[in-house]
Design a protein around this ligand. Structure first.
Ligand SMILES: [Zn+2]
Length: 152
């Protein structure tokens, strides 16, 4: 992503980021910590969440620090089918959420409605699969297909 595209994307998704900052400032009053990391303002120790969540260039993290790993959506779907925990594959949580910030910069205010529509698809949905690919490889944060379910 070029510098100009990056700035334009951040402006385009600013409504999401502002909403995120409002929630983040609220969370600060309840013990959250803020830092700049992974293309976002990250609020960690957000205790009213059970999992990380991205809103524009804001990431909410329920954990103590913005580190650690999370299972890929693809491996969780496999695990649900077979019940064997050995199939679970983990990626860096921060890189996964960072991918969502780039996705937001492309779709801006359209991201949440489009993301919501993808929830009717089987897991992993395109945005989550792309975020896992980015977390694993450092590239491929944009979903490239709806039917390519067996991509890593
Ligand atoms: Zn995700």
């Amino acid at each position: 992503m070029t510098a100009i595209a990056d700035v334009l994307g951040k402006i385009w998704t600013l409504p999401n980021t502002i909403a995120g900052l409002l929630i983040g400032f609220f969370a600060l009053a309840f013990g959250a910590r803020a830092e700049i990391s992974n293309n976002a303002i990250v609020f960690s120790r957000v205790r009213f969440l059970h999992r990380a969540f991205t809103l524009g260039n804001v990431i909410f993290n329920p954990r103590e620090t913005f580190s650690g790993h999370c299972p890929t959506y693809h491996s969780v779907a496999q695990y649900r089918r077979c019940g064997d925990a050995a199939v679970l594959e983990y990626v860096e949580l921060a890189r996964h959420e960072e991918a969502h910030t780039y996705q937001y910069q492309v779709l801006g205010p359209l991201f949440l409605p489009v993301y919501a529509l993808t929830q009717i698809l089987p897991s992993p949905t395109p945005f989550e699969r792309a975020a896992d690919i980015y977390a694993k490889t450092g590239t491929g944060w944009w979903p490239t297909g709806l039917t390519n379910r067996h991509r890593p």
